[in-house]
Unconditional design. Structure first.
Length: 549
């Protein structure tokens, strides 16, 4: 990457030029599914509560400290509701990355077997209903069912808020609602994703008796301040979901000393451990093919792990719609959890595991838009990839997935990020990978508010810093070459002796998307290449909202 040059736009000059030339489609934050209009009272109620997804998590919030979340508050709330979480078995999933995908894989395996499944995850992309799936369908809970339950339990919630001096949070109350709904619908089993950490998380109200198994997917540096400031403290916090005598499934791979922390806690709790990174687990990504206008990866999975007795699974040619080696690892982690349930007497066939893995697909995770969707955005012929990656590790996973899927494609990034992320580490992963045609830094409101949004100009400055740290030379705005770009002209091929990456700040997401498409046309002539929208699930949400998904 030494010697690569980077174009820098100190203003939205390029965007202003495009505004004069093209009709720009508006990306609306107000696009709401018609069904959600029934939920105005619930959404208004939830918006009145303290929401750390909007404000950011306080220091040490997820640790066993005086400043940590108060699980006693959640215990009292659930007691007022009649402890609905005691009415079903649960799989509890924690981890820095991969827990939502693992929850989706496992839920679909159980549904394929015919079980009625509750699934609780966060955050959501388009509607708060996505956080709760219930029954034999992988569709979000209906507004009618959610609204009916809310109206029935609202007096109890009001009373609890009064007693707790309105300290109950958005996540605590919605977790309680989800658990009450699972009990009401008499689910056979619930797959529960932890919110922050594990030990102090509201979902950790699940008792040893109700727990079928714990899963810890990965340990990374996200939410460092809230979880004690180190990888070790994060591992300790997430190990808090391990319960006495109940099996622990490890995803990984983990750093040796981090895995030691998790295994030591499991040993203290007399919890048998099954690792999806065990030497007896072998996987292969064989090929990439197209399925319904979207790529999928064909994989072989072999699991042969000794526990009290052998856990064995062999699947050839599994067609995963979730792309990348990290998603294959999530699929294997879910399969290991299914085998642990099988070992406990749950009926789970090999066919159900295959069907569950193949039927899993999530918005905003390695999501390629169809040609019709690209056209609906006003970008006909464009290949658009949406991925909510926002950490160093997830950026690396995304880079690796693109390299595996489309190794020769030209790339333009459209990036917006929350203020509490490691922007430099994120930028370094992309800049130190394959060459980029352009990076367009833009803005997206985070969780419906602007307080945690990083300005496009600050993102630009941080990407400049990352470029300099990597030894990538910079061409500032105002040069002859930049003026050629603004005027939609390319340098003569004979004069362009080295690759130059365009780096521009543009507040408008819709203009950024148009600029990305225009740059690919300038560079390729036919516009071929991939527009990668990333940095936050919230920027993904804005794109999908414009499609009325």
């Amino acid at each position: 990457m030494m010697g690569q040059k980077t174009w820098i736009s100190g203003s939205s000059l390029l965007g202003a030029t495009l505004r004069r030339r093209v009709r720009v489609m508006r990306f609306s934050t107000l696009a709401v599914a018609a069904e959600d209009r029934e939920l105005e009272d619930l959404i208004g109620y939830m918006d009145s509560l303290n929401n750390y997804e909007k404000s950011g998590f306080p220091k040490d919030a997820g640790t066993d400290s005086d400043h940590g979340f108060d699980l006693g508050r959640m215990t009292r709330l659930m007691d007022r509701l009649g402890n609905p979480h005691s009415n079903f078995k649960a799989i509890h999933i924690a981890g820095t990355k991969g827990k939502g995908s693992t929850a989706a894989f496992l839920s679909n395996i159980l549904r394929a077997q015919g079980y009625s499944v509750g699934c609780y995850t966060s955050p959501h992309i388009m509607t708060i209903r996505e956080r709760i799936l219930v029954g034999r369908s992988s569709e979000p809970v209906s507004a009618k069912a959610l609204n009916c339950l809310f109206r029935n339990i609202r007096p109890i919630l009001d009373q609890a808020l009064e007693v707790e001096n309105r300290c109950l949070t958005h996540f605590e109350v919605f977790t309680a609602i989800a658990f009450a709904l699972f009990a009401q619908e008499n689910v056979d089993i619930a797959v529960i994703e932890a919110g922050l950490g594990g030990a102090r998380d509201a979902t950790n109200i699940i008792s040893r008796i109700g727990l079928a198994a714990s899963v810890i997917t990965t340990i990374g540096e996200e939410h460092l301040a809230a979880l004690g400031g180190s990888l070790e403290s994060i591992a300790v916090a997430k190990s808090g979901i391990i319960k006495h005598g109940r099996p622990l499934i490890l995803g990984g791979p983990f750093l040796p000393h981090i895995e030691h922390i998790l295994r030591e806690k499991a040993s203290l709790m007399c919890s048998p451990v099954v690792s999806a990174s065990d030497a007896g687990v072998r996987t292969t990504i064989k090929r990439i093919s197209m399925l319904n206008d979207r790529p999928c990866q064909s994989c072989d999975i072999m699991i042969q792990v000794e526990r009290d007795r052998e856990l064995l699974l062999k699947l050839n040619d599994v067609n995963l719609r979730m792309l990348g080696s990290h998603q294959l690892q999530n699929a294997v982690t879910a399969a290991c959890a299914a085998l642990c349930l099988q070992d406990q007497g749950w009926r789970i066939s090999v066919e159900s595991i295959r069907a569950g893995l193949e039927n899993t697909y999530l918005l905003g995770r390695s999501q390629f838009l169809t040609s019709k969707e690209a056209e609906a955005l006003g970008l006909p012929g464009a290949t658009i990839l949406l991925d909510g990656a926002h950490t160093k590790d997830s950026a690396k996973a995304l880079v690796d997935m693109i390299q595996m899927t489309f190794p020769q494609a030209r790339l333009v990034l459209v990036v917006a990020m929350a203020s509490d992320k490691d922007h430099l580490a994120f930028a370094r992963e992309f800049l130190s990978g394959r060459q980029l045609e352009a990076v367009l830094l833009t803005e997206a409101s985070i969780a419906g508010g602007n307080s945690r949004t990083t300005s496009s100009s600050l993102l630009r400055d941080l990407w400049i810093q990352a470029s300099q740290e990597l030894g990538i030379s910079v061409i500032l705005e105002g040069t002859v070459e930049y003026q050629h770009l603004v005027e939609n002209q390319l340098l003569d091929s004979g004069r362009e002796t080295e690759h130059k990456t365009i780096l521009a700040a543009e507040k408008s997401l819709e203009v950024s998307m148009k600029v990305a498409s225009q740059i690919l046309r300038l560079r390729n002539g036919d516009g071929s290449g991939i527009i990668v929208v990333t940095g936050s699930l919230h920027i993904v949400s804005l794109v999908l909202a414009s499609l009325n998904v």
